[in-house]
Design a protein around this ligand. Structure first.
Ligand SMILES: Cc1ncc(COP(=O)(O)O)c(C=O)c1O
Length: 481
């Protein structure tokens, strides 16, 4: 492994005293260090029910109560509302590196990373500088800019399946565009998606859509017209025989198979060996397009995404999160002959007022530059492997049934013996235990995703000390569950 040198990785910050020899910047974010304290594990932490006087969520509770009158459920995206772990969400004031700070001045080691984008850590100095520089020229042109060419070239040279790319503003838009394109290109109507895979909230895709919807206990969403989903077929992830049957039953009708190559929206679920290859084979045989939704896995499992990691080239790929460096971005891309169907090169219409805006492009370019440095994925593998191993061992010592895993900077664990191959397996996880674990960890200063059906993310800003502190906290919490 090529360990990255300090000079290459000039994060502009002080290094920690960690014993690590690999890249592991420690941000000198002048946060109060949390002392380790006895944890009182409970579903809901309220200001007047504290067992210690260092952890208060009073300001968060007040702010969230006010928010509930202003926005549905108090949030702008459902999983943030903490429905599956109970209690109120913490309200964030600022982020830097591997840390988040809430409006009560509590500091957390963050394993959500804004749901994936923060692979170099939050608010990286170089990204902030690029944004400040770009902003001097304006925030949106609604016209072509050079930064679009730069990011497009970077994406095309990194992702094996992408010969041309269209930038949009979110992962949802990317998946909507890719599906419309697949239908336009093949002239077929039906699509196959997998249970527990989430591809954004477009009508046709809001079927058995994993974490966010499951957290609310909704099988699908009211308001989605039947007609919008009548051509959406579903199968359990990792079940190739179910796919064979669908192709048999709907001969010549399937435009696309869309999937998360490693699922992050049922918790962290990896494909069985040969599952993705088998899907690649059957889609080719049936003139069906294979779409890898790499909104989460793109640039995270490797620089070229899951398709590079597994060595399988889909026809179309969707991206988001990391390529926007923390600003709103999505993209879809693929073979030139397919992409040239997109307007104005071709007849398939898709557009966006803010698409390719200079700020999002600048943040994405800086982020990709930093993760392209040697050592990135080796470092993520090392810290994340250590984290998951430590948590699972602590769980075992405390007598809990747990399983989990990681690939480079993406990970997950379940409170069930496993193995977990699909969403039905994931749902065997003890959700009440997860909720108690969740609140215990929060009180210890560790922020995981507030749902048992979400993957976790590490970043280049996480240090070995962060990992050690997290494992030590998990030991204490797991013993009390
Ligand atoms: C795999 C996947 N696809 C699509 C989306 C939708 O992206 P966005 O929330 O940017 O619309 C997500 C969001 O988490 C995702 O994880």
């Amino acid at each position: 492994m090529a360990a990255a040198s300090d000079s290459i990785l000039n994060f502009g910050i002080s290094r920690s005293s960690s014993t690590s020899t690999t890249r592991s910047p420690s941000y000198s974010y002048s946060h109060r260090r949390r002392s380790s304290r006895p944890c009182s594990v409970r579903m809901q932490v309220s200001a007047d029910a504290k067992t210690n006087n260092t952890f208060s969520l009073k300001n968060s509770e007040e702010a969230f109560s006010a928010a509930k009158d202003l926005m549905p459920g108090g949030v702008n995206s459902p999983v943030r509302a903490f429905k599956s772990v109970g209690g109120h969400p913490i309200v964030i004031d600022s982020v830097k590196g591997s840390r988040m700070r809430d409006i009560d001045d509590n500091e957390y080691i963050d394993y959500v990373g804004s749901w994936g984008p923060a692979i170099i850590g939050h608010a990286h100095d170089k990204v902030l500088a690029a944004l400040a520089e770009t902003m001097k020229k304006g925030t949106s042109f609604g016209a072509p800019c050079l930064l679009e060419n730069t990011l497009a070239e970077m994406v095309i040279s990194a992702v094996p399946s992408i010969e041309m790319v269209r930038f949009v503003n979110s992962g949802t838009e990317a998946c909507m565009g890719a599906l419309r394109l697949a239908r336009a290109y093949t002239g077929k109507q039906k699509i196959i998606k997998f249970e527990g895979c989430y591809h954004g909230h477009a009508d046709a895709l809001l079927v058995k859509a994993g974490s966010g919807v499951a957290t609310l206990g909704l099988p699908d969403s009211p308001g989605v017209p039947k007609a919008a989903t009548s051509d959406t077929l579903t199968a359990p992830f990792n079940d190739f025989s179910a796919i064979e049957k669908l192709f048999e039953t709907h001969k010549e009708q399937i435009a696309a198979v869309i999937l998360e190559p490693v699922v992050g929206n049922s918790g962290f679920v990896v494909p069985k060996s040969d599952f993705l290859n088998a899907i690649r084979r059957i889609t080719k045989e049936n003139n069906t397009l294979l779409i890898f939704d790499e909104v989460m896995t793109g640039f995270r499992l490797s620089y070229g995404g899951a398709q590079e990691y597994f060595g399988i080239v889909p026809d179309l790929t969707t991206l988001g999160k990391i390529i926007g460096g923390g600003l709103p971005v999505g993209a879809y891309g693929g073979r030139r002959d397919i992409m040239e169907m997109v307007a104005p090169a071709g007849p398939m219409y898709q557009a966006g007022t803010l698409s390719g805006n200079p700020l999002a492009m600048a943040a994405g370019i800086q982020t990709l530059k930093l993760i392209k440095e040697p050592g990135t994925y080796e470092y993520l593998d090392k810290i994340t492997g250590e984290l998951v191993k430590g948590i699972l061992e602590a769980g075992k010592r405390a007598g809990h049934s747990m399983c989990g895993g990681h690939i480079n900077g993406m990970f997950g664990f379940f409170f069930t013996e496993g193995p977990v191959y699909n969403f039905a397996d994931a749902k065997k996880s003890d959700e009440a235990k997860f909720a108690r674990f969740y609140w215990g960890m929060l009180e210890e200063g560790v922020y995981f995703a507030p749902s048992p059906f979400e993957a976790g993310f590490t970043s280049l800003a996480h240090t070995f000390d962060d990992i050690k502190m997290t494992i030590a906290a998990a030991e204490r919490v797991l013993l009390q569950l």
